[in-house]
Design a protein around this ligand. Structure first.
Ligand code: ADP
Length: 634
């Protein structure tokens, strides 16, 4: 039967082109990626063979072999891992099944440096082969199956697939090198790349041993130079021991970094890591990393990758959600248990107390790693916060036991610096509070600008009281579970009656009282004009420069929260806002002096609509707003 010709998925074509162009200066990673895949294939076989040892086909000596052929200008990487069936080859090598693929392609900018970064986050994988090869041949036979397939492509839109015979189980990939890639046809060069990028791979990576062959005798009896030649013997090029099982002192920073790239499929170095061996009731080793960049699918529910679970060095599963809570889903690494059963399934994992203990211990490690980073490497912490802060803010709601620890890791924007950058910790806020201040004040809005310019801030700015400016969607959820810090209540400045307590002087309080007395009839009039649109109308304590603002009742949803719920298609309980008026403002004075009923009505509605717009809300009846505004302007 002739080879069948098939088209790559459009995204695959695009990805290959991008990779060839933007990762050209990183061609050494090709071997790393292919070796990494081979190593995963061995892990999968070892795991499947736990239940069915026949899969080993009497060859349980798992390894990767790398060779090259100078005459044919090829480099070959072969493994005796799990291999692939025909369908698997088509699914894995012809399409990208990763969730978030569409978002990834949308995020591409055309700027090569930026896109190269993105590709790193996407995971370069098998297709990187085309960086150095203009033709790739892959033959593979799945463990336990008699049928093998040969896949071949020049990386230009299509590939062929063909049934073949293959004696040995596993996958063999032959790279037909592009012109000018002869550096890979060199024994010494290949070995040094493997040592540099793949030393941590637990499988032996075998290459032919080389030896020095003396030249022939010269007539005068001296030797005529010699050369390195390959022998028939093979040797392991890498250390081939599980990196995480080695002693910390024996592992270099480079080795830690390369291992990270292997487990995370990331292409950049991590920001930090924590490596520990836990003894006692549960014995396990954990090596956990904080990436330096958020993956493109951080918010994708179906995203993969995460923690790899091993039991006594045997790979069990990737993506073990049970080992890290959602709010730490950016953590990458391995956990290797000495006690869990080797045949542990996802179901058992789900309700195992032992696993809970490992998870709790690992979460503590990550949180202390972050604490140390915040203390000792504030610049790194700022980078971390930019990438993952919004995810960490899910923590207090998800992890009650560690709520305080997480709270002290949070960072916010505030009126102190008045910039969007989130750098103020709650501890920092509390330390700089005014002596009479008892609460931590915040405002939420759907954009930083809306928070920063909110009229609610006027009195706080005037009195120099710091207010946290919260504009991430997750902030509302965070505040639902984080209601105090170090005994100080977190208080919205846009909710309930504002009581500044001792922050206000007696004189100020008296003036306020007088204003309220004088405004009584105005308040009544506005209330009867606006009717059902408001819950209440009252004199404000918060405004100095604006005529009015809206406030939510103490126990009502904030306007911002109600809008978020609505946008998410959820039913927000209907709660009407409280309108607060500033009787010292010229516009409110004008309202007060307006005798004509129609004009009073228009003006009152305008003041209300303005207040609604200022907090980012939507007008119920924009046409009437425009009409009233125009009649006022004319
Ligand atoms: P990733 O490794 O990120 O999944 P790749 O593009 O490198 O992406 O590989 C896609 C898939 O192809 C792998 O997930 C795996 O299922 C399969 N694969 C690649 N190389 C091998 C191999 N040497 N042996 C078996 N399967 C492989």
């Amino acid at each position: 039967m002739a080879a069948q010709k098939m088209e790559f998925q459009a995204e695959v074509k695009q990805l290959m082109q991008l990779m060839i162009h933007s990762l050209y200066s990183n061609k050494e990673i090709v071997l790393r990626e292919l070796i990494s895949n081979a190593s995963d294939a061995a892990d999968k076989l070892r795991f499947e063979a736990l239940a069915n040892s026949a899969l080993y086909e009497n060859d349980s000596n798992l390894k990767i072999t790398i060779g090259f052929d100078k005459a044919k200008r090829t480099v070959t990487i072969s493994d005796n891992g799990i291999g692939m069936s025909r369908d698997e080859v088509i699914a894995n090598i012809g399409t990208i099944a990763k969730s978030g693929t569409k978002e990834f392609f949308n995020a591409l900018t055309g700027d090569e440096a930026k896109d190269a970064n993105l590709i790193g986050q996407f995971g370069v994988g098998f297709y990187s082969a085309f960086i150095i090869a203009d033709k790739v041949t892959l033959t593979t036979r799945r463990a336990g199956s008699a049928e093998a397939v040969k896949w071949q492509s020049a990386g230009e839109g299509d590939y062929t697939i063909d049934a073949v015979k293959k004696e040995s189980r596993g996958t063999e990939i032959t790279l037909h090198l592009r012109k000018d890639e002869d550096e890979f046809l060199n024994d010494w060069q290949l070995k040094s790349i493997i040592r540099k990028y793949s030393d941590h791979i637990t499988l032996p990576i075998m290459m032919q041993k080389s030896e020095w062959k003396e030249g022939a005798d010269n007539p005068d009896g001296t030797k005529a130079g010699g050369e390195m030649v390959l022998t028939d013997e093979f040797e392991a090029v890498n250390k081939a021991s599980a990196l995480w099982a080695r002693s910390k002192n024996d592992i270099t920073a480079d080795e830690y970094n390369e291992f990270y790239k292997h487990v995370s499929h990331d292409y950049q170095a991590p920001l930090a890591y924590t490596h520990s061996r836990v003894e006692g009731k549960q014995e396990y080793i954990s090596l956990l990393y904080i990436p330096s960049k958020a993956p493109f699918d951080l918010y994708d529910r179906e995203r993969r990758h995460g923690i790899k679970l091993y039991v006594k060095r045997v790979f069990i599963m990737e993506d073990a959600e049970k080992l890290m809570p959602q709010y730490l889903r950016f953590v990458r690494g391995v956990i290797d248990s000495a006690d869990l059963p080797l045949n542990i399934s996802r179901e058992i994992l789900q309700d195992s107390r032992d696993v809970d203990a490992i998870k709790n211990g690992s979460v503590k490690k990550v949180l202390s790693l972050l604490e140390d980073m915040a203390k000792d490497k504030p610049d790194d912490y700022a980078k971390f916060w930019d990438e993952f802060g919004r995810v960490l803010k899910e923590g207090p709601g998800e992890d009650f036991a560690n709520k305080d620890k997480i709270a002290s890791l949070l960072r916010f924007a505030s009126t102190r610096l008045d910039t969007a950058s989130q750098s103020i910790s709650l501890k920092d806020y509390v330390e700089k509070m005014q002596p009479e201040q008892t609460a931590i004040y915040y405002i939420t809005a759907d954009s930083f600008a809306a928070a920063q310019h909110s009229p609610h801030l006027e009195i706080f700015r005037k009195k120099n009281i710091e207010v946290l400016l919260l504009s991430d969607k997750v902030d509302e959820w965070l505040l639902g579970s984080l209601t105090e810090f170090e005994g100080k209540k977190l208080q919205s400045i846009a909710k309930g009656d504002l009581d500044l307590g001792a922050l206000e002087t007696e004189t100020e309080k008296e003036i306020q009282k007088k204003i309220e007395e004088d405004a009584k009839s105005l308040i009544e009039r506005v209330k009867s004009t606006l009717g059902d649109a408001v819950k209440e109308v009252r004199v404000t304590h918060r405004l100095t420069d604006s005529p009015a603002c809206l406030v939510a009742g103490e126990h009502d949803l904030s306007g911002n929260m109600a809008r978020i719920l609505k946008a998410a298609g959820q039913n927000a309980p209907e709660s009407k806002p409280i309108l607060e008026l500033n009787p010292t403002h010229k516009l409110v004075k004008r309202l007060e002096n307006e005798a004509e009923e129609v004009k009073f009505n228009d003006l009152a509605h305008l003041v209300f609509d303005q207040a609604l717009l200022a907090e980012g809300g939507q007008l119920n009846d924009p046409a009437s707003f425009v009409r009233r505004m125009n009649s006022l302007l004319v």
